[in-house]
Design a protein around this ligand. Sequence first.
Ligand code: THU
Length: 134
Amino acid sequence: MNNQEKLHNLALRAFQNAYCPYSEFPVGAALLSKEGHFFSGCNTENISYPVGTCAEAGAIAAMTAAGDRRIAEILILADGQNLITPCGACRQRIKEFAAPQTLIHLATPQKIVKTLTIEELLPLSFTEGSLTHD
Ligand code: THU
């Protein structure tokens, strides 16, 4: 099984475990770190709606908790009529740990539908270089 198949399997399992009783919209995410480890996360909602977290945030937090700091590739999986892309906040979250060539795979439960880079998803982003004073 190649890395993309592993990412798809992991994200599908997370998708199936998503806790989303309010939106009823499960999302799973899985990533491979540069260090060679796989992590996954699912959206986890809350009765206090703004407290809910996205799947990508869960996968990234699992990576940082394990001590890894770079995303090699990440896959986001959801089921919908239209292509599901990461929300704005999650694009920023991915950007923090991504390189320009980091691949972002967008998938349905059946297959990867589209692969693109963080630069395509979040152009002109706020980065370390933005945080300067005159
Ligand atoms: N959601 C994610 O998990 N990731 C995204 O990038 C977009 C949205 C979740 C949040 C919420 O639980 C549900 O999808 C509906 O917005």
